[in-house]
Design a protein around this ligand. Structure first.
Ligand SMILES: *Cc1c(COP(=O)(O)O)cnc(C)c1O
Length: 468
């Protein structure tokens, strides 16, 4: 009896598997024919594979399997439609988070792009010295500007600040100790954790102090013949308050110099002094203390391209350039040209060319005015939602200065006949990213770019047209 049952099951299984239509038949069906074969074929094979696997491993009942086979064509049609959707779309960022890593971090201005376009569309002296007729250095286009703006001795560029941290640790502290406060063993996001970076750079982590308090004598006591670097990492994405102590950069520089070590500051965002921030030292202020090395991102508060900017002592920069790994972190011409144009805008104090700065410098009064204009534009839907002007607090974002918020204004929409979540959903499918607060959706005016207020109004009117 048992054998019979088993045989019967095997039989059924084979029959079920046989009921799967041929791939060619599926490809030729009227519903699927319209899609490109190169798009469709992998979808069909992987879908059928997973059905077969489910049946054989009993995660799919014979009944569910048969049902899936009956629904094969509409399912594949939906999958193909989804796969055809563009992955890259422009969005309206109404979150008030200026440096939104998921939305591309710093935004370029057309002015900066226009300035560099002729170079990008032509051969240029990226690494060529016209006078000498031989190879030049790609970093020189930005180094002089960096030295002038920040007051550092020399500088170097890599692909991003994560690479800068790695390169510095690997160059100066391979198989040696790096002294760092326990309060700074941070995770920045995207898997970047200071202790893991150290491990990968073959450094020995020598943590000192406690989570909340680290004194200069903690660093002093930790110094031994294995020590190479005293490091300080910006906390970036969190804020410590209350019973805390950390050492001033000035003290750590003096200690490192006295004991023949290298001091290194991972500033994260790097604040170039163009916007008012409380309790945040600017790169210029830090450079005035003559640190050995510091590094920061190109596309956080600086508002330029993705890059890692290293500033510091000339002989240390020269040593970094000798590390063969530098080649694997090499910045490309787009980054160099756009960073140069961005730095030039800093030098000229032409901050309007840097959208990150324009947004952070926008006055609450102007933002309130924009909010009231948007509210007026939406008067035609005021019977379908409560619309109010509200005071908000925008963030710099990008793991930068979470304790510094920027007073802002926006509008709050509380729809009468749909949930806030449904409104937020519809907005997202139309390319608007906004935040939900209780029963309302919030729109911060600070991160709307030129012309986007009008676009946002049209999208909202369109959504509410279909609402009761
Ligand atoms: C953001 C950040 C990094 C990583 O910088 P990327 O340019 O994103 O690679 C490293 N350290 C700190 C402290 C940061 O805030």
């Amino acid at each position: 009896m048992a054998v019979y049952t088993k045989e019967k099951q095997v039989h059924t299984l084979q029959e079920l598997l046989k009921s799967i239509p041929k791939v060619d038949t599926l490809l030729a069906s009227a519903e699927l024919r319209v899609f490109e074969k190169s798009l469709l074929l992998p979808l069909i094979t992987s879908h059928l594979d997973s059905l077969r696997w489910g049946l054989k491993n009993a995660t799919l009942s014979p009944k569910a399997f048969s049902q899936a086979i009956n629904e094969l064509i509409p399912t594949l049609q939906a999958k193909a439609k989804l796969a055809q959707m563009p992955t890259l779309e422009r969005v309206i960022n109404a979150t008030g988070v200026v440096l939104h890593t998921n939305l591309g971090r710093s935004v370029f201005s057309k002015e900066i792009i226009d300035e560099i376009t002729p170079f990008l569309c032509s051969y240029h002296t990226l690494e060529y010295d016209l006078e000498a007729g031989k190879r030049g250095e790609r970093y020189r286009h930005c180094v002089q500007l960096l030295c002038q703006i920040c007051g550092c001795e020399d500088a170097l560029l890599v692909n991003n600040n994560a690479a800068a941290v790695f390169l510095i640790l690997h160059t100066f502290a391979k198989h040696k100790e790096v002294i760092i406060s326990r309060g700074e063993l941070v995770e920045i996001g995207g898997g970047f954790r200071i202790p893991e970076i150290m491990e990968n750079a073959s450094c020995i982590l020598h943590e000192v102090g406690t989570t909340n308090k680290t004194y200069l004598q903690d660093y002093e006591k930790a110094i031994n013949e294995q020590s190479a670097l005293i490091m300080k990492a910006h906390r970036s994405n969190f804020y410590q308050s209350g019973f805390t102590h950390s050492c001033h950069i000035k003290e750590l520089i003096a200690l490192a110099q006295e004991r023949g070590l290298i001091d290194y500051f991972d500033l994260g965002s790097g604040h170039m002094g163009a916007i008012p921030l409380k309790d945040e030292m600017s790169v210029q202020e830090i450079c005035a203390y003559k640190p050995a090395l510091l590094s920061f991102s190109g596309d956080k508060l600086l508002g330029g391209p993705q890059a890692g900017i290293i500033c510091g002592k000339r002989e240390l920069i020269a040593t970094l350039k000798k590390n063969p790994l530098l080649r694997t972190f090499r910045v490309d011409k787009f980054s160099i040209l756009s960073l140069k144009a961005t730095l030039q805008a800093y030098k000229d104090k032409a901050y309007h060319k840097i959208p990150t700065l324009s947004m952070l410098l926008a006055s609450p009064k102007d933002l309130e005015h924009q909010a009231s204009m948007l509210k007026n534009r939406l008067s035609c839907i005021s019977n379908k939602a409560d619309i109010d002007i509200i005071e908000l607090h925008s963030l710099a974002g990008g793991g930068a200065m979470p304790e510094d918020s920027f007073k802002s204004f926006g509008i709050e929409i509380n729809p009468k006949s749909m949930l806030a979540k449904d409104l937020e959903d519809s907005l997202r499918t139309k390319g608007v990213v906004a935040c939900i607060k209780a029963k309302s959706v919030l729109f911060d005016m600070r991160t709307l770019l030129k012309g986007q207020g009008e676009m946002l109004a049209n999208i909202l009117i369109e959504i509410f047209k279909h609402a009761r």
